[in-house]
Design a protein around this ligand. Structure first.
Ligand SMILES: O=C(O)CCC(=O)C(=O)O
Length: 272
C-alpha cells in the first residue's frame, strides 16, 4: 500500500469473510494509512463543522442529537471527499464481505461525537432503509484512534437475524428495549477501542450502539453505506423509509434497481 492508497485490494481472508457472515460485523486493522486518514479526514471534519445545522447546546438536545453531529452525502459537496467515498479498497471489502459482484453507494455520512456527546442508542440501520434485501453494509471509518472513553462503535455479535427491535428508530426506547432483549438472549456485546487505520464493517440488520464521548477530544468518524449493485427498492414501511427513498433513491419505483446518479457503482468485480 502506498501512503495515499485508497484503491489497492486489502487482503481479506476466507476466514474473515466467514467470521463476518457469522457475526454480522468485523473489525479490520491497517485498512487505511495514517496519511490517508489525515489527507481526507481534515476535509471531512472541516465540512462536517461547516455544514451541520445543530445549534442547540448539548444539554438541550434529544438523545439522538446528543449522540453526534451528522452530515450526509459529503461526497456531493466536495470532489475531494468524492474521491474517498469512491475508493476501491473499501468498496471491494464491502463487496467481498457481502459476497456480491459489486456495490453501489446508498449514502455516506460523517458522525462526529463531540466531547461530552452522549450515547448512540442501540439500533439496526436497516430500520431506516426501504431496501429489498439484506445485502447492505456500513464501513465505519474513524479519522483518529478511538479509545474506550471516546465512544467506539460496539456490536451485538450474531444479532443480524434477530427480528425484535427492527421496528425501533434510534431513541431512548430503542436503547432500553434492544439492549434488554440482547442481554435476555445472551448476545455478546463486542465493544473495544479502534486503532488508527482500523475500520469496522456491519450489516444493515446487525444491532449496534456506542458509548458517550467522555474524553476531551472529538470522535470524528466517516461512514460509507454500500448496497448490492443490484439492490431493488422496497415499499416504504414508515415515514422514515419514505424520507430515505426520496433522499437517496429519487425517482426509483418499488421493484426497480436503485441506480440513480446518487448511487454510483463504487466497485464491480467485472471492471476491477
Ligand atoms: O457512530 C456512531 O456512534 C453510530 C454509528 C452507526 O450507528 C452506524 O454507522 O450505523
Amino acid at each position: 500500500m502506498t501512503t495515499l492508497d485508497i484503491a489497492s485490494p486489502y487482503a481479506l481472508s476466507a476466514a474473515q469473510i466467514t467470521q463476518f457472515e457469522r457475526d454480522g460485523f468485523i473489525k479490520l486493522k491497517d485498512v487505511l494509512s495514517p496519511a490517508v486518514l489525515k489527507h481526507y479526514g481534515d476535509e471531512i471534519t472541516r465540512l462536517t463543522i461547516a455544514l451541520n445545522t445543530q445549534e442547540a447546546p448539548l444539554e438541550e438536545r434529544s438523545t439522538y442529537d446528543k449522540a453526534f453531529l451528522q452530515v450526509m452525502n459529503l461526497w456531493q459537496h466536495s470532489a475531494f471527499v468524492k474521491e474517498f467515498v469512491m475508493g476501491q479498497r473499501l468498496g471491494r471489502i464491502a463487496a467481498e464481505l457481502l459476497r456480491v459482484r459489486g456495490v453501489r453507494l446508498y449514502h455516506d455520512q460523517s458522525l462526529y461525537k463531540e466531547p461530552g456527546g452522549g450515547i448512540t442508542p442501540a439500533h439496526a440501520d436497516q430500520y431506516y432503509w426501504p431496501l429489498a434485501s439484506d445485502r447492505t453494509i456500513t464501513a465505519w471509518v474513524p479519522l483518529q484512534a478511538v479509545p474506550a472513553d471516546m465512544g467506539p462503535l460496539g456490536f451485538y455479535a450474531r444479532s443480524q437475524s434477530v427480528e425484535f427491535g427492527r421496528d425501533l428508530g434510534i431513541s431512548d426506547e430503542s436503547e432500553e428495549k434492544i439492549s434488554a432483549n440482547m442481554a435476555r438472549h445472551g448476545f455478546a456485546f463486542e465493544c473495544g477501542a479502534f486503532e488508527l487505520g482500523e475500520i469496522s464493517f456491519h450489516l444493515g440488520w446487525t444491532f449496534h450502539k456506542a458509548g458517550a464521548n467522555v474524553s476531551g477530544t472529538p470522535r470524528a468518524v466517516m461512514t460509507v453505506i454500500y448496497m448490492d449493485a443490484d439492490m431493488r427498492l422496497a415499499d416504504a414501511l414508515s415515514p422514515a423509509q419514505a424520507n430515505d427513498r426520496d433522499q437517496w433513491c429519487p425517482g426509483v419505483q418499488p421493484g426497480e434497481v436503485i441506480a440513480t446518479p446518487l448511487n454510483p457503482l463504487i466497485y464491480s468485480e467485472v471492471t476491477a
